[in-house]
Design a protein around this ligand. Structure first.
Ligand code: PGA
Length: 248
């Protein structure tokens, strides 16, 4: 049984005061649920959120990390630094980082390996750009990204990775993949996991869909067989919308 997992990705939004206000509001709306939830926030908001969400069951995640433990890497944050704050998750390989900050399959793989030495669970993002979909290459691209990211990672470690299928053309555009398109791609990711490991392992890995998820489309997306959760950008900035998505 895969437990549904819905994570918010705030990107570069919210000050610490705003994050604290969000947490206070979300806590009043967050009740009994079988869904796992988390907020992935900018580094400077993590400590506040860990404190604010303590004891609520709502997890906290970072949006990036560097793979070296320490050293002369100006501006970077290491896995032990995140561990010390007490974060539960860390997004790796988001398309915005691949597009604007030179994230490659190789750095994604190194970051996953560094995180998997700890209790922090990586949320690995994969997804094709529009030209790749138009050329009919979406499965090849996404399956290739999954293989490269999980290179050298054991089955036991892989079970702790959350995979987010995020078609780049659907992020922040208001264009959502249809539930069928999203389901087909999450199925393709699960097939790839089956080839890399085995069907029992593939069956246990949480696969999310991300790209313009909002309260209006969350139920249809979450009802698809291969989709176990969502990575929510824009709609996660509003506690009412995020809580509606959690209670899809
Ligand atoms: P969006 O972003 O929900 O605003 O499309 C999703 C994401 O980038 O994770």
């Amino acid at each position: 049984m895969r437990i549904p997992f819905i994570a918010g990705n705030w990107k570069m939004y919210k000050t610490t005061a705003e994050a604290h206000h969000f947490a206070e509001e979300l806590k009043t709306m967050y009740g009994e649920t079988d869904v796992r939830a988390a907020i992935c926030a900018p580094f400077t908001q993590l400590e506040t959120l860990v404190r604010d969400f303590a004891g609520t069951g709502i997890g906290v995640g970072a949006q990036n990390v560097y793979f070296e433990k320490e050293g002369a890497f100006t501006g970077e944050i290491s896995v032990p630094m995140l561990e010390e704050i007490g974060v539960d998750y860390c997004i790796v390989g988001h398309s915005e980082r691949r597009q604007y900050f030179n994230e490659t399959d190789e750095t994604v793989n190194r970051k996953l390996k560094a995180l998997l030495e700890t209790k922090i669970r990586p949320i690995l993002c994969v997804g094709e750009v529009l030209e790749q979909r138009d050329a009919g290459k979406e499965k090849e691209v996404v399956s290739g990204q999954v293989r490269a990211a999980l290179e050298g990672i054991t089955a036991e470690q892989a079970e702790r990775v959350v995979i987010a299928y995020e078609p780049v053309w659907a992020i922040g555009t208001g264009k959502t993949a249809t539930p069928q398109q999203a389901n087909e791609m999450c199925g393709c990711i699960r097939d790839t996991l089956e080839e890399l490991f085995d069907d029992a392992v593939a069956d246990r890995i949480i696969i999310q869909y991300g790209g313009s998820v909002k309260p209006e489309n969350a139920t249809d997306i979450m009802n698809m067989e291969e989709i176990d959760g969502a990575l929510v950008g824009g709609a996660s900035l509003d506690p009412a919308k995020f809580s509606e998505i959690i209670n899809f």
